[in-house]
Design a protein around this ligand. Structure first.
Ligand code: PPS
Length: 570
């Protein structure tokens, strides 16, 4: 198996038009219907355009999509495991038809590409979830995305690139497949093993990647994902600075670092095949695959979605067809008695193995505790500490949810005063009523409007949290999936503490402080939560408060204790 063979299914694609044609296309596209690409679509289109997704030539059409979902292959039979689709709103879909050309724009309105509409269809999302991810459980990040974030209609068609998506960061580390292949060729790297990661790398990772490269006498490409990874992951800016420090520690001329703007789906085995195809396109001959590669975490019952070696097995089955080989990841552990890393399967009874798990590392960072040199290089740890200050210096959001009249606002106010008494951080209260007067005055109480309202609150709270402040939110927030979106948005930036004010609808109605329940019963107020509109009870709130048994003061006090126990106070 030699390097630089053509990718499966034909030559490496480059979907960008030559400069002059691109200019003309851009002018013409000003008249086309226009779609603003989502964050995920922007990642996908960049890799479509530069050939990382070869042999694809655009967003999948209906036949290819159905074939990928069902058989993991394009309609032509070429292996392709993950559907790359352009999801759009019903409104936009209604404004276009087959044969039209549409302009695809980035977040700032710059036209990135045009698409010639081949198909417009409403996908069966349940079938997609089952087919691609093997589950309909929304605990799977890709299923959650599909059901709650992705738009309802798909548009398929070939694309023509007019301008590459802009990146202002780490330009020196961003390469197209053609560029990387050319660099490998120049350097005479005939065998290249890629290491895929979405996490900071520590000494064990360095040891395992070096070993993998030595074992097969290959050069090493550290190819971290910097597009979209799993919510809660360390941001890519921090990670890339860590990788750069680590790079200095590899033997000279052995290793290269390049960034991959991929939007991961956490799709386990199928995603592993996809990773292999992408690396093949970038000119690699091997891919390191570990236990539970691209794993999505636990399902809603606490079980793994995939078997630990499913990903390795699926790639092994197809490596010949894909013309890229799998290198199984060997777990490396530190043997204190030998003062070195050894492969876990080589450790004997007399070896004293030390280990710090990911959870333990996060705890040590959160509490400002020591992280030993045998575990990670000091400059890598310093980088992590810069963006992960101990919890008592981070911002956080306290997110109350509960029925109207449950006591959310009263407790939120009491909590705010107690936090002000403690001092140290700026505090903002985003109470349901107040938000509806200021931020969301035009919204009603349909599911769509409530979701928009909660997303707005989440956005403001995430900015406050990111900047080290405290946001206290007190909306009804009746829908589980929307609360989850808010949690995912905020948790990576600091703390997120969800508190269910679980006062029953009977008690709320009895109290009826604002007289709204009476009006709801009389049908004067429509879509009233708990009466004529649903409230989905939280299942994983950090705290549940029953105001039938405790006063607002005591409730706020208990929340203070909770915040202390979580490390947010000092
Ligand atoms: S939501 O669902 O989270 O967007 O609701 P929220 O922004 O918290 O607004 C709830 C307040 O609006 C008043 N109100 C209603 N609540 C529920 N359903 C209907 N149909 C409705 N109409 C008006 C009500 O006073 C809520 O205030 P709180 O403080 O919760 O009692």
């Amino acid at each position: 198996m030699g390097a630089y063979k053509e990718p499966h299914g034909g030559e490496l694609k480059n979907l960008y038009l030559p400069a002059e044609e691109a200019e003309a296309e851009k002018q013409a596209a000003r008249e086309f219907a226009s779609w603003d690409l989502t964050e995920r679509q922007l990642c996908d289109i960049e890799l479509l355009l530069n050939g990382a997704f070869s042999p694809l030539e655009g967003f999948l059409g209906k036949d290819d999509y159905e074939s990928v979902v069902e058989n993991m292959r394009l309609a032509s039979g070429v292996l392709w495991p993950v559907p790359i689709t352009l999801d759009v709103s019903e409104e936009f879909a209604g404004s276009i038809q087959g044969g039209d050309r549409i302009a695809l724009r980035d977040l700032e309105g710059v036209i990135i590409a045009t698409l010639e509409v081949a198909d417009i269809w409403t996908p069966d999302k349940n079938a997609e979830a089952q087919g691609v991810y093997g589950t309909a459980d929304e605990a799977h990040p890709a299923v959650h995305y599909l059901n709650n974030i992705a738009n309802p209609v798909y548009v398929g068609g070939k694309i023509r690139g007019v301008e590459a998506p802009t990146h202002y960061d780490f330009k020196h580390l961003r390469n197209s497949p053609a560029e990387l292949r050319e660099r490998f060729r120049k350097l005479g790297w005939r065998k290249v093993v890629a290491f895929q990661t979405r996490n900071p790398m520590h000494r064990a990772h360095q040891e395992l990647t070096l070993r993998a490269a030595f074992d097969i006498e290959a050069n090493l490409l550290i190819h971290p994902v910097v597009g979209m990874t799993k919510p809660g992951d360390v941001d890519h800016f921090t990670r890339v600075r860590c990788y750069e420090h680590l790079l200095d520690r590899y033997p000279e001329q052995t290793t290269m670092l390049s960034l991959l703007p991929l939007a991961m789906r956490m799709g386990g085995p199928r995603e592993t095949l996809w990773h292999a195809i992408i690396r093949k396109n970038y000119g690699c001959t091997h891919l390191i695959v570990g236990r539970d590669h691209a794993g999505p975490g636990k399902d809603s019952k606490g079980n793994d979605f995939y078997g630990p070696y499913d990903a390795q097995e699926l790639l092994k089955e197809h490596e010949e067809e894909l013309d890229i080989s799998m290198v199984p990841f060997r777990m490396m552990v530190y043997a204190e008695n030998r003062a070195q890393y050894i492969a876990a399967d080589e450790a004997g009874d007399s070896d004293q193995i030390l280990n710090i798990s990911g959870t333990e590392l996060r705890r040590r960072l959160a509490e400002g505790l020591e992280i030993p040199d045998w575990f990670s290089f000091p400059d890598v740890v310093a980088e992590l500490r810069r963006t992960h200050p101990p919890r008592h210096k981070q911002g956080f959001t306290v997110f109350f949810t509960g029925l109207s009249g449950s006591g959310k606002s009263t407790i939120a106010n009491a909590l705010m005063v107690k936090l002000m008494e403690t001092g140290g951080r700026a505090i903002s209260l985003l109470d349901g009523d107040v938000v509806r007067k200021n931020l969301s005055s035009e919204l009603g109480f349909s599911k769509e409007h409530r979701d928009l309202n909660i997303r707005r609150i989440g956005y403001v709270a995430s900015e406050i949290t990111k900047n080290g402040g405290i946001a206290i939110c007190a909306p009804i927030a009746p829908y589980t999936s929307t609360r989850r979106i808010v949690r995912d948005m905020i948790a990576p930036l600091g703390g997120f503490v969800e508190i269910h004010v679980a006062t029953s609808v009977e008690v709320c109605e009895q109290r009826d402080r604002k007289g709204l329940y009476a009006k709801a019963r009389a049908g004067i107020i429509k879509e009233f939560t708990g009466i004529s509109d649903p409230y989905e009870e939280p299942e994983n709130a950090e705290m549940v408060i029953d105001t039938e048994n405790i006063s607002p003061d005591l409730a706020a006090h208990r929340i203070m204790l909770k915040l202390e126990s979580m490390g947010f106070m000092r």
